[in-house]
Design a protein around this ligand. Structure first.
Ligand code: PMP
Length: 427
């Protein structure tokens, strides 16, 4: 049983001592005290089905025993910065991670977060090409430090501080974008940006394969191959941000970019790769990695033994428990059920995504696609009361994000959809 302070007491402390900008997801904030696989438990011992997984943070499930054991065992043995010394946990994980990537992507740099990973990727591209200009997508989220905030393109996440050298291309959004699902037309916009917004040479193009924070937007088919071609012609590198879409989440592939049949020059990842432990990584080719030998590159905790032991355990669990296949099977089933729900409720404007990275966009008018922001919050709150936690996102805050741990079952999927159905019919 939980004997700690109440939710109200914690909320009061949070108000006094923590950042005033943190948001509470629900009208009455939830106090979570325990986690087990796809479940979270509150202070009263009530169980919730976690269909958001901390924005895809716990890839394999809360407190997965194999991963907890790996962390505990390594912590008992040694935790240290490994910038100066050798350690087996670090090199074993680097080797295992590199083996999951295509082509010559085999040099790994470890960081503590997705922001740091993207900062490093963007810097390497700038050093390698000798150019400063980077092209990113409107509606992207790549981080919140000076460089990555520049690449992020949603006003809610951007502060008015210097963010130089990033141009934002039209978002190849099949639902809201001006060219619908025609990936090649959006790719032409990137060609225009290079021609009119830069010297003709660029450092890089960075994008997610499925925009997470942006509301589960899958890039229009044919987009990435055409854009990668234009970027290469302009001397730039292609960076794939797999912080949310990587690591088997999309089911059909291990990495999100594979669904468009491209091979990036640099891949970044974080969140799920540590199953909740702070860990990020940048993987690139030996030739590109070489740029960092021009100076010293130092990150005290990036790739420490405890975090990398967790990372290796995550890869093993994904394989052992066939979680990619599960993401495909359960995700397809869940998406089909959500599509059926769309036939029942006018308010559902779009159902999209792949595997266990799904989005449901709510609109008050299907023709005008007017965002149903208040209704989104209302349904989320009601679903919480029914014992189901989902996320929300998108520029208008009107998209449900369903990104559960990869151990989700069909029964869990049914519970999510049944709860959503009930909350909507009571609206
Ligand atoms: N890239 C993507 C696609 C993300 O979703 C996020 C976090 N929401 C980041 C980068 C930044 O990761 P972090 O919060 O670990 O810095």
């Amino acid at each position: 049983p939980y004997n700690g302070p109440s939710a109200d007491e914690i909320l009061a402390k949070r108000k006094d001592f923590l950042s005033p900008s943190v948001c509470n997801y629900y009208q009455k904030p939830l106090l979570v005290v325990d986690g087990k696989m796809q479940y979270l438990f509150d202070d009263k011992g009530r169980r919730y089905l976690d269909a958001f997984g901390g924005i895809a943070t716990v890839s394999c499930g809360h407190c997965h025993p194999d991963i907890v054991n790996a962390i505990v065992n390594q912590t008992k043995r040694l935790q240290h910065s490994t910038v100066l010394y050798l350690n087996q946990a670090v090199s074993d994980f680097a080797e295992a991670l590199a083996s999951k990537l295509p082509g010559n992507l085999k040099v790994v740099f470890f960081t503590n977060s997705g922001t740091e990973a993207n900062e490093l990727a963007m810097m390497m591209a700038r050093l390698y090409t000798g150019c400063h200009d980077i092209i990113s997508l409107r509606n992207a989220y790549h981080g919140n430090a000076a460089g990555t905030m520049g690449a992020t393109a949603q006003s809610i996440w951007k502060f008015n501080v210097i963010q130089s050298g990033v141009h934002h291309a039209l978002n190849p959004d099949p639902y809201r974008g001006i060219f619908g699902a025609d990936g090649e037309k959006y790719a032409k916009d990137v060609e225009n940006l290079i021609e009119f917004g830069t010297s003709g040479q660029v450092a890089a193009f960075i994008s997610e394969a499925i925009q997470g924070v942006g509301g589960i937007v899958e890039l229009a088919p044919g987009y990435l191959p055409a854009v990668y071609k234009s970027i290469k012609k302009a001397g730039g590198l292609c960076i794939a941000d797999e912080v949310q879409s990587g690591l088997a989440r999309t089911g059909s592939f291990f990495w999100g970019f594979e669904s468009q049949g491209v091979v990036p020059d640099i891949v970044t990842m974080a969140k799920g790769i540590g199953n909740g432990i702070p860990l990020g990584a940048v993987v690139t080719t030996p030739e590109i990695a070489e740029v960092l030998t021009r100076r010293s590159y130092f990150n005290t905790f990036g790739g420490n033994p405890v975090c990398t032991a967790a990372g290796l355990a995550v890869l093993r669990v994904i394989e052992k428990e066939k979680l990619q296949e599960n993401a495909h099977v359960v995700g397809t089933y869940l998406k089909d059920r959500l599509i059926a729900l769309k036939d029942k409720y006018e308010i559902i404007g779009d159902v999209r995504g792949r595997g266990l990275m799904l989005g449901v966009e709510l609109v008050t008018d299907r023709e005008l696609k007017t965002p149903a922001k208040a209704e989104t919050l209302h349904v989320m709150d009601h679903m919480k009361d029914l014992g189901v936690l989902i996320g929300k996102g998108g520029s208008y805050g009107n998209v449900f994000r369903i990104t559960p741990p990869l151990c989700f079952t069909k029964e869990d999927a049914d519970f999510v959809v049944d709860a959503m159905d009930y909350a909507m019919c009571k609206m």
